[in-house]
Every structure is written in C-alpha cells, then in structure tokens.
Design a protein around this ligand. Structure first.
Ligand code: GMT
Length: 379
C-alpha cells in the first residue's frame, strides 16, 4: 500500500509510535510517506520505501498564529495526489484529523480514506478542553477509521465524547530485536559509579510525568541500596527536578542526560524504570524497558494495568505514593531471585503480547478493512 503518515515529529510517544510504525510498514514492503513539519526524530529518511514531505508553515505579519492545520491539509492533498496514496493515517486527533478531513474534501470526487489514532493527551487533556471539545468529537466522527492505543483510552473517548463510530484498540508495540536485554550492562560504568544500581526515567518532563517523584524515590531507595538515577529527556519540569536534587543533596547520585535519540542503547543499562506519571494512556517507555528486561515501577493509572501485571512483570502503585514505589524498587534490587523472575517475565510480555510481529499485522488488516469499506460504499 501507499500510506501517508502524519504525527508530531518531536519528542513524544505519539510521534515515536507513528515513526516506528512507518519504519515497520516500509520493512514489510509498503511505501510510506511522512507528511510532517519536521523530520520525525527517530526517522532515517534514507530508509528504503520511506519518504519525507515537509510541511512548510509560512508566516505573515497578519498571522499571529501561523495556520499549520491548513498548510498540512494542503500538503496532504498534494502528496496524496502526486504519490497516489491509498490512505492517510494521522496520529493525534488535534489538528491532524481535521487537516486530513480537509484534504479528503479537496480531493473529491475521489474519497481518500483517513484513519485517526488516538494516543492519550489528545483526548484526556486537549480534546476535553472546552475550546477543542466539539472539533475533536467532529474529527473522530468523520474519520474513516479510529484506533486507540489501549482499552482504557477507548472507554475514556466513548465516555467523554459519546462518539457513535467504532474504535479499534491496537496496542502500542516494540521491536524486540532492537530493544534487547543486556544482562551484563557493559556500558553501565559510563552512567553510574561501579556497583551502583541504575534507576532510569525517560519522558518529556511535562507535569503529568511527575518527574520530581523520581528524585524522591531515589532519596528513599538510597537509604537501603546504593543506587544512581539517570534522567533522560527534557521539558517544563527540568529545573524543578534539578532544584529538588540540590535540595536533597543528591547531586552526585543523579545524572541528567537531556534528550536522547537512542533510548534502546540506554534502557538495557538500567536495573529499574521509574514511571510515576499522573496518567498514561499506555506508557510506551515502560514497554520499551520491559523488552530490555528492565522491570517498570509505575503508577496504577490509565492503560498501564493493561501492559504491566502487578507483581509479575513490574509493579504498579498509587500516584504520588513515593514510599510504596521506593519500597518496590528496594524489593526488586535486594532479592535476586525476584529480580530475575520479574525481569524475565517483562521481556516475555513484550515478546508475546506487544512485539511488532504481533501488532503491525493488526494495522495492515485495519487499513485493508477501511479501504474495502470505502470502496464498497462508493460502489
Ligand atoms: O505522554 C506524553 O506527554 C506524550 C504523549 C503523546 O501524545 O505523544 O503520549 C501519549 O501517547 C503515547 C504513545 O501512544 C503513550 O504511550 C502515552 O501513555 C500517552 N501519554 C499520556 O496518555 C499522558
């Protein structure tokens, strides 16, 4: 198939899922056209069957807010026509679905189908905001196909938006050949003093991630186990995290690495992943860690319980309960048999339930169904 993919190309789970999906589809012989305002962070445009079409959002003194959605719609229509796309697949409802709907109308009488994948904050934060509520509902209802990355997000969308069209749950996925355990943690010495256990957190440091909880957890863990915290990513809570590190005199025990493109090289060096989020519709980084055999200690919210089975392949505790989360980390790091069992189960979960080989065919099947449905309706 010839598939157009649009996503937010910067750091963020939805853009990563869209990029990895495009790469996997290209690997399986599809032609994939990324239509974005920048080259997605994990995308190598030199990859065979991958194409990147930049959306240029020109400014003009009259435009206080440059019309990105319109530039995107125009580019989608242009690429679809020129490249003979079979469908558009947009990630994140706002404004991508509306741009796709406009592109579809620009291409009439041909009806180019488009699929919207809901990722989380497009529904739980942005979409539920009064000013975006109606247009998000409209976008979902006018999509030719809608997918959600977890059952939780599907139910939340149905409750909040009362949409009538079906939503297909297609979980996020991980390439278990790229994300692999490294039991010897060969490069760990570059991250932490020898002999210390590594706790890792990876996020965009938005308030919803509760990054300062990671620092508090480390503080509690260090009363029992020699541990070092590696913080990967950047965002609005970066300075708050750094201030807390100084306040608790943990400077020697925390490393901030900033944004990193090769997370698959870092995660296997960790012993535990910390994900103390207020909300996660899925929690992609927990899955990536699990594929590396790194157990997550996360919060019992959103879609996380669909991914992590508490006590089996990771641990889930209440949001904000740093004592309980720290206790789970200590338990894991002081009981070798428990650690091996949970780490092995985490890898197994990634392989058996969320690997690319299981999930990508579900997207291919859905694309077929949406295109066939469209053709049947026209006939
Ligand atoms: O979590 C973020 O701040 C980024 C956000 C996004 O849309 O890029 O992530 C959402 O999508 C990810 C990929 O599907 C999910 O793994 C995250 O759980 C989800 N974030 C939230 O629901 C807060």
């Amino acid at each position: 198939m010839r598939i157009g993919i649009t996503c937010y190309p910067t750091y963020g789970g939805s853009g990563i899922v869209a990029t990895e999906l495009g790469l996997e589809l290209a690997n399986r012989g599809h032609e994939v056209h990324f239509i974005c305002y920048a080259n997605p962070i994990r995308l190598d445009p030199e990859t065979p069957r991958i194409h990147y079409h930049e959306v240029e959002v020109s400014t003009y003194p009259l435009f206080q807010y440059p019309p990105y959605s319109l530039a995107l719609a125009a580019r989608m229509a242009e690429v679809a026509e020129h490249e003979g796309l079979d469908l558009l697949h947009v990630h994140y409802a706002i404004p991508h679905s509306i741009s796709a709907l406009l592109a579809q109308q620009m291409l009439e009488p041909r009806k180019l189908p488009f699929i919207t994948t809901l990722h989380g904050t497009d529904i739980t934060l942005v979409g539920a905001d009064r000013s975006y509520y109606r247009i998000t509902k409209f976008a979902i209802e006018h999509s030719d196909g809608v997918t959600s990355i977890s059952e939780y997000l599907k139910q939340r969308t149905l409750e909040v938006f009362q949409v009538r069209n079906p939503i297909r749950v297609i979980n996020n996925f991980v390439n278990c050949e790229v994300y692999q355990p490294d039991p010897e943690r060969r490069a760990q010495s570059s991250l932490a003093p020898p002999g210390e256990k590594v706790l890792m957190h990876v996020s965009n440091f938005r308030p919803i991630k509760r990054v300062t909880d990671c620092i508090r957890i480390l503080h509690l863990v260090r009363r029992h186990v020699a541990a070092h915290l590696v913080m990967v990513g950047d965002g609005p809570e970066y300075s708050a995290a750094q201030s807390l590190v100084s306040e608790l005199a943990l400077e020697r025990h925390v490393t901030f690495l900033g944004k990193q493109a090769r997370v698959h090289r870092l995660l296997p060096l960790a012993h535990v992943l910390l994900l103390p989020s207020q909300l996660e519709s899925f929690g992609l980084v927990a899955l990536e860690a699990m594929a590396c055999g790194v157990p997550p200690v996360a919060t019992n919210v959103g879609g996380l319980p669909e991914l992590v089975t508490h006590g089996v392949d990771g641990f889930l505790e209440a949001v904000g309960d740093v004592e309980a989360q720290a206790a789970r980390v200590v338990e894991l790091l002081s009981d070798e048999a428990l650690y091996t069992r949970v780490s092995t189960a985490a890898r197994l979960t990634a392989e058996t339930r969320f690997s690319t080989t299981r999930i990508i065919p579900q997207y291919e099947q859905f694309y077929q169904e949406v295109c066939e449905r469209g053709a049947a309706a026209r006939a």
